[in-house]
Design a protein. Structure first.
Length: 471
């Protein structure tokens, strides 16, 4: 470590303790590589504060020394937003020690937690109070709630409960100058000017560091039903979605689209997973929940699916007869990303579209990609209920991995241009980070990018917080 860094590190150690300032390559390594192993950065140190006051002191110290910061939660992001750059000039601020429940107000249906608390533990705290925190995603055992909020995470229950930003009532944020904004209010109505918290939700740590949040809780489901439906095409899936919405209302929690190729790939890598309706082009995984213990939910879902099969909207359907069967159906969906990783090189897209435009996108995108990359494979799944497709490409048989990844630029233009033409977005739930900065300036209106940059300059004039990310 250079001599010039010694005063900075000495002050940081005084703030958080000797054991919580990591500088050796071995100790720092887990914090400077992203989950997908795509970005490999360097850092002066990793600092692990335990309170919001310590976070504020760390931020002030680094501001005084002109050293930029990279906030990090569970380090499970997919766009390099929590990974430092290769220059090695940044400090990573890990929030893993801010992991406490500060308050539970069951009567107000709110839970106040610190930013480093794993999402699964947030869910558990709500469950122990007889309530539900509905944000759910594959990485929930290791991702942190602060990271979920800073990226406006989506997941499998957006259809019913909305994205992460819709589950927040209040925030505590450390600003770029080290001051703490205490906005930890549990109010559902507070019409007093600008809703400042919304600036920080989805900003990926570029405007401030979220240290705590007041989260909305909901009645805990006491009746659930899970089904798997076989479909001829995606238009039929959309028709089935409309029917189930009409039949079940807001009890329809999730509606996941899964292609035949996804099922085949996942079962090839995880042979114990079920194959409940083999031989169909598309499938929908349906989840419905009701807070009433004596709800006729399962019978209503069965009736709606039966009518859909009778009218040839769906080809066939099965309903899980136990919690174990429901878990197995969800495991089939949730293992798709890991199966794809095990299969080999792939190009991943996280796009959103108006639900009505998804069939047109799939048809046109495949035609253009087939022409551009003959033999390319498609691994398509996602949250059809909210229009979020995980549209992934796998290498043609026999194609060198490097050559395939070299096609990413051409593939990007096909996928992103078409999504934009159809009124969609190049990033549905994974954020921007480092990976999609160029796409943001390409597809966002110039005036919108200007407004984002003005906000960044206003809140972080020295570009201390997560520089080089988002804008």
């Amino acid at each position: 470590m250079a001599e010039s860094a010694a005063p900075l590190l000495a002050t940081l150690r005084a703030i958080v303790g000797e054991a919580n300032v990591l500088t050796s390559d071995v100790d720092v390594a887990p914090y400077v590589t992203d989950w997908r192993n795509r970005y490999h950065g360097r850092a002066r140190a990793v600092v692990r504060p335990a309170t919001s006051t310590e976070v504020a002191s760390v931020v002030r110290c680094c501001a005084e020394h002109g050293v930029p910061l990279v906030p990090q939660g569970g380090n499970t992001g997919l766009c390099g937003g929590a990974t430092p750059h290769e220059t090695g000039g940044e400090i990573v601020v890990s929030l893993s020690r801010l992991n406490r429940v500060r308050a539970l107000d069951a009567e107000n249906a709110t839970l106040t937690v610190e930013a480093g608390m794993p999402l699964a533990r947030v869910q558990q705290a709500a469950d122990e109070a007889g309530l539900l925190f509905p944000l759910s995603l594959a990485a929930e055992g290791s991702c942190a709630i602060g990271g979920n909020l800073s990226t406006n995470a989506g997941g499998t229950a957006v259809l019913r409960y909305g994205n992460a930003r819709e589950l927040v009532l209040g925030l505590e944020v450390v600003l770029a100058d080290g001051r703490i904004w205490d906005g930890l209010k549990g109010l559902r109505k507070d019409n007093t000017g600008y809703d400042v918290k919304q600036l920080f939700l989805g900003s990926e740590g570029t405007l401030g560091i979220i240290t705590a949040a007041v989260l909305k809780l909901f009645p805990k489901p006491r009746s659930s039903a899970t089904a798997f439906a076989a479909l001829s095409d995606v238009a039929a899936a959309i028709a089935l979605l409309g029917r189930l919405r009409q039949a079940l209302g807001d009890r329809l929690t999730g509606f996941e689209l899964v292609s035949r190729e996804c099922v085949a790939l996942t079962r090839a890598k995880f042979a114990a997973l079920p194959d409940p309706l083999p031989g169909h082009p598309w499938y929908a995984l349906v989840q419905a929940d009701d807070p009433a213990a004596d709800s006729p939910l399962a019978a209503q879902l069965e009736a709606a699916l039966g009518a859909a099969v009778e009218r040839k909207v769906a080809r066939d359907a099965v309903i899980a007869q136990s919690a174990r069967q429901a878990e197995e159906l969800w495991a089939l969906r949730e293992h798709i990303p890991e199966a794809q990783r095990l299969e080999g090189p792939n190009i991943k897209y996280d796009i959103s579209l108006p639900v009505s435009k998804i069939p047109a996108f799939l048809g046109q995108a495949q035609a253009e990609l087939d022409a551009a990359i003959p033999g390319v494979g498609y691994v398509v799944f996602g949250h059809l209920g909210d229009g979020n497709l995980h549209y992934n490409l796998s290498a043609p048989a026999g194609m060198d991995a490097r050559a395939f990844i070299g096609e990413v630029g051409r593939a990007n233009r096909i996928v992103y241009d078409l999504a934009a033409q159809l009124g969609g977005s190049f990033s549905a739930e994974h954020g921007v980070g480092q990976l999609k900065r160029d796409e943001l300036t390409r597809y966002k209106p110039a005036i919108e990018v200007e407004l984002m940059r003005r906000i960044k300059r206003a809140l972080d004039p020295e570009n201390q917080l997560n520089p080089g990310k988002v804008v």
